[in-house]
Design a protein around this ligand. Structure first.
Ligand SMILES: [Zn+2]
Length: 272
């Protein structure tokens, strides 16, 4: 296999710490998530590494706070770090020239942000922003590439994760084109719930509309139907899932397709 080396890992100057202009969510729920103690093993990929491999990486893993709206990667930017979320969720998205945007995939405690680094492409046209505030661990890109080039468990793990991520990306595209906003909303809520230890999401309908790439009014209508059916409740900046079964009743097949592929490829990782 050709050896991959990290070339210039200089990020665009604006990428590291800019926070999007989002509604303030520094409420008690967010504070709890920030204060909750997590370790790197709360990320399933890191937890799946054999002990010697994890021990080699552990001194280089740096815990980072991820506030809602923080931009981790700008489109086309070089990757200085890869991220292993523990309680945070990151949204990969593409923003069109006209300003419209849509989520391509989400990355939570099941995965890693930065696959383009070891795939050899180095950058992507999509950006990455924190969708749910929390913690994660970051690793210098060079370290990740070195570990990948060892050809050991990390390589096999990351390739399997990449295949599962590709399924999520492809299914999101099909879902956005062919399924109703209500179905898309249920898919998105279920995938988000799977990455959280709670059924309470700090999230505005405006942000969801931006992630699904639809009008806010369409999300309001879909959320209203789910609320009337007793599936969710919401107040400003929060959505609480009251019935997971209700979401599964309303959702299209896309959630199950993505989940089945993650289970097939990473089942031994996710449930060990
Ligand atoms: Zn769908």
């Amino acid at each position: 296999m050709r050896s991959i080396t990290a070339v210039d890992v200089t990020q665009k100057p604006s990428a590291a710490s800019r926070v999007r202009d989002e509604p303030s969510v520094h409420d008690s729920f967010t504070e709890q998530r920030f204060q909750s103690i997590t370790g790197p093993l709360d990320n399933h990929l890191l937890a799946a590494l054999p002990e010697p491999d994890f021990a080699r990486l552990a001194p280089h893993l740096e815990q980072v706070l991820m506030p809602l709206g923080e931009v981790l990667y700008e489109p086309g930017g070089r990757l200085q770090h890869v991220y292993f979320p523990t309680t945070a969720i990151i949204s990969l998205h593409y923003t069109c020239e006209n300003g419209a945007s849509a989520e391509i995939a989400g990355v939570g405690n099941e995965g890693m942000l930065g696959v383009s680094l070891f795939m050899g492409g180095d950058t992507t046209p999509s950006g990455a922003v924190v969708q749910t505030a929390g913690h994660g661990y970051r690793l210098a890109s060079q370290r990740l590439v070195e570990e990948f080039n060892r050809g050991g468990p990390m390589l096999r793990l990351l390739l399997r994760y990449s295949q599962a991520l590709l399924t999520q990306v492809a299914q999101t595209g099909a879902c956005n084109r062919h399924h109703s906003v209500a179905q898309q909303l249920c898919r998105w809520l279920l995938l988000t719930l799977d990455r959280l230890p709670t059924n309470d999401l700090v999230m505005t309908q405006e942000l969801i509309a931006s992630m699904l790439g639809v009008r806010r009014e369409s999300v309001t209508e879909a959320a209203g139907t789910l609320k009337d059916d007793g599936v969710i409740s919401y107040r400003r900046g929060h959505i609480t899932v009251l019935s997971r079964e209700g979401l599964q009743t309303h959702v299209c097949e896309c959630y199950a397709v993505v989940k089945a592929e993650f289970d097939r490829l990473l089942g031994d990782v996710l449930y060990q």
